[in-house]
Design a protein around this ligand. Structure first.
Ligand SMILES: O=C(O)CCC(=O)C(=O)O
Ligand SMILES: [Fe+2]
Length: 219
């Protein structure tokens, strides 16, 4: 049962692929993304407490430059982390805010339950189905090579779509409140992901992507 080490009761998605398995995709071969999907990672009580804390976060709708023009991002966000774990995003330098209480406990739970060691987290809030995130990989140079990225979701169910950079194979994960999606090492090099608009969704969704970055990377 290699690869089925976590949360069996929750009917997780786990394919046990390693980075080497996805490095050389061949034509007509179905390849699955190297992720583990753990439903019900947070209990309803934990979700509610964390939602209350999120309401205190200084979430901002920042402007980014795309092809020389400034655009407001279609969501709000905040960045928390250890000292020096600042974030660079489309020419912006975002200084890490100190860890809020429950967020640091969630970080500790990822380490304790899944051996995922992180030092920073991007919080995104999608007010409704008009808010979204376009295709990208989390492959910034300051991310520690060989580290996993852990994504925790609260609130509305939204489709999180993963597509292979070369074969364009698509996999859809309908992430619901309390789910954990672990993106394993190698994922960002081979795959992109996006959170498309879903206009029928009227409830907010919060997502946390925990990352392990190199402190003071930009000096
Ligand atoms: O909201 C999500 O599930 C995706 C967030 C994401 O891709 C990111 O923060 O890099
Ligand atoms: Fe991402």
């Amino acid at each position: 049962m290699a690869g089925f080490q976590h949360g069996l009761d929750f009917g997780e998605y786990q394919n046990g692929l390693t980075q080497d398995d996805v490095a050389v995709p061949s034509a007509n071969k179905q390849i699955n993304p190297p992720v583990t999907w753990i439903k019900g990672f947070l209990s309803p009580k934990q979700q509610q407490l964390l939602l209350n804390e999120v309401n205190q976060y200084p979430l901002e709708r920042v402007a980014i430059e795309v092809y020389g023009k400034q655009h407001l991002i279609p969501r709000t966000q905040a960045w928390f982390g250890d000292l020096g774990c600042d974030y660079h995003y489309s020419k912006l330098h975002i200084t890490a805010l100190p860890w809020p209480n429950l967020l640091s406990r969630l970080r500790a739970k990822l380490l304790n339950d899944h051996q995922i060691d992180t030092n920073s987290v991007l919080v995104n809030r999608y007010a409704d189905g008009h808010d979204c995130m376009g295709w990208h990989s989390d492959d910034e140079p300051e991310i520690v090579v060989g580290s996993a990225i852990a994504s925790v979701t609260l609130g509305a169910c939204r489709d999180f779509i993963v597509r292979h950079k070369h074969t364009k194979t698509n996999v859809n994960f309908a992430l619901t409140s309390g789910d954990l999606l672990i993106m394993h090492p190698g994922m960002q090099q081979q795959w992109q992901h996006a959170l498309p608009k879903r206009l029928k969704v009227v409830e907010p969704r919060i997502n946390f992507t925990f990352r392990h970055i190199i402190p003071n990377y930009y000096g």
